[in-house]
Structures are given as structure tokens and as C-alpha cells.
Design a protein around this ligand. Structure first.
Ligand code: 13P
Length: 251
């Protein structure tokens, strides 16, 4: 069965609740005919309104992080239960910005992934190399390590529900998109690791997104590649017309 594409917006630390409501209202009619799954990952403060406004539409809502513990003395953190309770469906885990600035590691990514799955959230797990790592020629090893570490202890039945996002750090917010060949090669490596860890049917059904300066002009080319099943979009997800053009890309 062909994999359904999934286009997700990662709004990062942008949009107040009021601004978010405006953007979502603009977006709803523009993406209603999408053949792909559509997800918006808003800041925590906009999630409640986002879920309410998108009820009955084809837009699902995601968060950008969770804590791996169920509850407790973790000042400033948000649990999976809190997200599920208000109707959030997806959660981004291990984004490179969280690894770089907020201490997320392969180990905490693994813990967060297992927590998200156990609570019924659909995780979008990020991996990807820095420019230095690409220039050193260690991209494939790095991605293999990140995926193996992230999925350690995750059962086969659960693994196929995970979305993986390949996001080369050098392409994030820089306007330097990976070529569609570079992006597809990395997604292929990820699929091979999943096959090694689980089996072919899991590898064939798991969805792998590309992220990094994806926009309305380069989306169709990237999404035409056999191992790229969607996009995780930063900057271009903050404008309704631009994001909807990606969602409605020409096949
Ligand atoms: P940009 O699309 O702004 O490069 O960001 C990509 C990203 O980090 C999505 O998670």
C-alpha cells in the first residue's frame, strides 16, 4: 500500500494564541482538499485553541516537545497526559534545536518516544547531521546511531506508528535545502535501519519526512522522491498561503 504523505508545520516559538487563531482560520479552507495528512505543531499556549478551531477539519494538532515522566516536580515541563487531555494528537521529539539548546540527547529522545507511544500520541522523531558531520562523511553513521538509539526498546507494533523527520541541521532556517537526492538518500538510510531493527513491512509502512528550508517552490521535487513521505516545515508554515501551497503540492 502506498504511504500517505504527511505535511507538518513546526511553528517553533512563533505566534501568540491570538495570532495562531488567525493563521488557523486562514489555513482551514486552503488545505481542506489535501491528499496528504496535515499537522500543525503550535506553541503550547496555542494548542488548546488550535484543537478547538480545527475540530471537524482535516488539520491535526501537535506539540513541539514533551517530558518523558508522567508527572511530578519538573518545573516548566508539559506531560503527555496534559496534551492528550486537550486533544493533541502529535508531538515532535528530539528536534535539533532542542538537542542543541535544551539538552535533549539520544537517551532522552528514546524516553520521550516511549512515553509518547504509551500515551497514544503520534511522535515525529527528528534526526539529522550538522554541516561538519556531513563534510566529514559521517552522515549515514550519525543517522543510524540516532535512529537506533531513539527506537531502542520500541516494539514492532508501535514502531510503524512513528513518523521520522530527517532534518539536516545545515538546511534548517538557512535557505539551503538539501538536494532531493541528498534528502532521499538519507531517508533511504533511515528506512534500511528500520528494516534491520524490525522487518521489511515496518520499513515499508513507516513514514519519513524531510525538513530544512522546504517551501512552496521546492516541495514538489522533494516529495516526488520514493523515500520522502512528507515534510516538516518551519518558516514556510507560518504563512497560510505558503504552507497551503506545500500541502497542495502538485504530484
Ligand atoms: P525551516 O523550514 O525554517 O528550515 O525549519 C525546518 C525545521 O526545523 C522544521 O522542524
Amino acid at each position: 500500500m502506498p504511504r500517505k504523505k504527511i505535511i507538518a508545520g513546526n511553528w517553533k516559538m512563533n505566534k501568540t494564541a491570538k495570532e495562531a487563531k488567525k493563521l488557523i482560520k486562514e489555513l482551514i479552507p486552503l488545505v481542506e482538499k489535501s491528499k496528504a495528512d496535515v499537522v500543525i505543531c503550535t506553541p503550547f499556549t496555542a494548542l488548546y485553541d488550535a484543537v478547538r478551531l480545527t475540530k471537524g477539519t482535516n488539520i491535526a494538532v501537535g506539540a513541539q516537545n514533551i517530558h518523558f515522566e508522567e508527572k511530578g516536580a519538573y518545573t516548566g515541563e508539559v506531560s503527555a497526559d496534559m496534551l492528550v487531555d486537550i486533544g493533541v494528537k502529535y508531538v515532535i521529539i528530539g528536534h535539533s534545536e532542542r538537542r542543541q539548546y535544551f539538552g535533549d540527547t539520544d537517551e532522552t529522545v528514546n524516553l520521550k518516544l516511549k512515553t509518547a507511544l504509551s500515551k497514544g500520541l503520534i511522535p515525529i522523531v527528528c534526526c539529522g547531521e550538522s554541516l561538519q558531520q556531513r563534510e566529514l562523511g559521517v552522515t549515514n553513521e550519525l543517522i543510524r546511531t540516532q535512529i537506533k538509539a531513539a527506537f531502542a526498546g520500541v516494539e514492532k507494533e508501535q514502531a510503524k506508528n512513528v513518523i521520522i523527520a530527517y532534518e539536516p541541521i545545515w538546511a534548517i532556517g538557512t535557505g539551503k535545502t538539501a538536494t532531493s537526492e541528498q534528502a532521499n538518500d538519507a531517508c533511504r538510510v533511515i528506512r534500511c535501519v528500520i528494516e534491520e531493527m524490525y522487518n521489511k513491512s515496518t520499513a515499508d509502512s513507516i513514514r519519513i519526512q524531510y525538513g530544512g528550508s522546504m517551501n512552496a517552490s521546492n516541495a514538489a521535487e522533494l516529495l516526488s522522491k520514493p523515500d520522502i513521505d512528507g515534510g516538516l516545515i518551519g518558516g514556510a508554515s507560518l504563512k497560510a498561503d505558503e504552507f497551503s501551497k506545500i500541502v497542495n503540492y502538485r504530484e
